[in-house]
Design a protein. Structure first.
Length: 77
């Protein structure tokens, strides 16, 4: 099974903007950059502690992720 992130073609955006201008419509934009952050994980994923959060005596501890973060393979799924 293949997964992908849907991406809009540039020509589609231009067409939409042309229709908005032609019919004097209002256009709203939303930010979807945080969509991965709110996604639930189906499996357990551990990561190294981020720099700046490492406590003395606990350098080898890891973090269990509760929600998806950027740059992991499971984010787009």
């Amino acid at each position: 099974m293949r997964f992908f992130s849907p991406v809009v073609k540039y020509t589609s955006i231009r067409m939409l903007l042309a229709i908005v201008v032609q019919f004097d419509l209002e256009l709203e934009q939303i930010d979807v950059k945080t969509s991965f952050v709110h996604d639930e994980l189906e499996e357990k994923i551990y990561m190294k502690q981020p720099e700046g959060y490492i406590q003395k005596g606990k350098e080898n501890n890891v973090c269990l992720l509760n929600k998806s973060i950027y740059r992991i393979k499971q984010s787009p799924r």
